[in-house]
Ligand binder design. Structure first.
Ligand code: SF4
Length: 383
């Protein structure tokens, strides 16, 4: 692949996809499959080889993110091998943020100590709910107690940067039950939290289970209430919302994910991983076996590659930047893309300002909290 030229000296984010899970959740639409020890061994070797072959070797990077799937199914020695390969290939900052997505049932304190020794300094737990019946309904295999134990084990292992994921608007979930989850999260005291609305993709097994059991999601107005009240409670406990779905204590926003929302550059390794560097975007093959086979054969793992036009890049920068609570700096984006953003988009954006979904203060344009619930509609202006 021809090497896209970076346009500035911003540090890369490095993403590593681990596609294995102990069981498959009934709502999941990610690129994942059941754990297979032999395939996993081949896959880790293939990742090391893909990193070794990267055309971006030598570039500075300041974040590493192991996402999945369930990266915590790997042994700490395998994570260490991958971190070492990245450090060997890239100029990874000594204080790089190194995140491992972790499912509570996969870890105990010794394993978390092993991950920490491998270089992991941020753990993101997929908790999803603190109600056991909701976890069962989602097909998750941990309990609320197991999640609390895993968090305590992370603390005992010396990990001082922890994020918890929760899902809201679950089938049959009332506003009060959701807010009890938020209170449980606050009591658990992570540095960071991500709150996602359950999205049911067309063929999700959960959809069939909901139909059989007569479960439904609450009306849209309740979902809006869940979102707004959760954010208000978190803010009253020292968390600041910095993105549509994310809150953090001061200084604990996800440095890696901020690259996606601030027009940054990242290189992804592994099956289905996406990359964006120098206005070029590409994606690796999705299949785990195919990915490993292509690496073994010495052929490219890239399936889709696109050189983005200036307009597409501008649209993406505005679309993703508006996800941030601080919004976008119209003057800075304008300078970067050589365009008067307001002259181009002011007219279609005006009704969203009048409707209370967007605010413009000087050169800053940001969604209001009500606007965050209507984000797709507002952002469609840029697509
Ligand atoms: S653990 Fe995560 S990636 Fe794996 S099946 Fe469940 S939701 Fe999907």
């Amino acid at each position: 692949m021809a090497k896209p030229e970076p346009e500035d000296a911003a540090d890369l984010g490095l993403y590593v996809h681990i596609p294995f899970c102990s069981s498959i959740c009934n709502y999941c639409n990610f690129n994942r499959g059941l754990f297979d020890s032999a395939l996993k061994d081949r896959y880790v070797g293939a990742l090391v080889e893909e990193i070794r072959r990267s055309p971006f070797r030598g570039r500075a990077a300041d974040t590493i993110f192991f996402g999945g799937g369930t990266p915590s199914l790997l042994d700490p020695r395998e994570i260490a091998r991958l971190v070492d390969a990245l450090r060997h290939g890239f100029d990874v900052a000594p204080d790089a943020e190194i995140t491992l997505e972790t499912n509570p049932e996969t870890v105990d304190q010794p394993k978390l100590e092993g991950f920490r020794a491998a270089g992991v300094n941020r753990v993101s737990f997929g908790v999803q709910s603190f109600h056991d019946d909701e976890l069962v309904r989602l097909g998750r295999i941990h309990s609320a107690d197991r999640a609390r134990q895993a968090l305590a084990a992370a603390r005992d292992a010396g990990i001082d940067n922890v994020s918890l994921d929760l899902m809201m608007w679950l089938p049959g979930q009332s506003v009060d039950r959701w807010l009890a989850n938020v209170e449980a999260l606050i009591a658990a005291g992570p540095e960071h939290a991500s709150l996602y609305l359950l999205e049911l993709y067309p063929n999700a097994p959960l959809k069939d289970e909901m139909a059989r059991a007569g479960w439904s999601q609450m009306p849209d107005d309740d979902a809006a209430d869940m979102y707004v009240q959760a954010m208000e409670r978190l803010e009253s406990h020292g968390y600041a919302q910095y993105e549509i779905s994310n809150v953090a204590r001061p200084g604990r926003a996800s440095r890696h994910n901020l690259k996606y929302w601030t027009d940054g550059e990242w290189v992804g390794f592994g099956c289905g991983a996406h990359s964006t560097v120098g206005g070029v975007r590409w994606k690796n093959v999705s299949g785990t076996g195919e990915y490993a086979a292509r690496i073994a054969a010495g052929t490219s793992v890239v399936t889709e590659r696109r050189v983005l036009s200036r307009d597409e890049r501008l649209g993406d920068a505005l679309f993703t930047g508006l996800r941030l609570s601080e919004g976008i700096d119209l003057a800075a984006v304008g300078r970067r893309y050589g365009i008067d953003v307001w002259a181009r988009y002011g007219n279609p954006l005006r009704p969203h300002i009048d409707g209370g979904w967007l605010v413009r203060q000087g050169e800053r344009l940001a969604l209001t909290r009500a606007g965050m619930l209507m984000a797709n509609e507002v952002m469609s202006v840029f697509v």
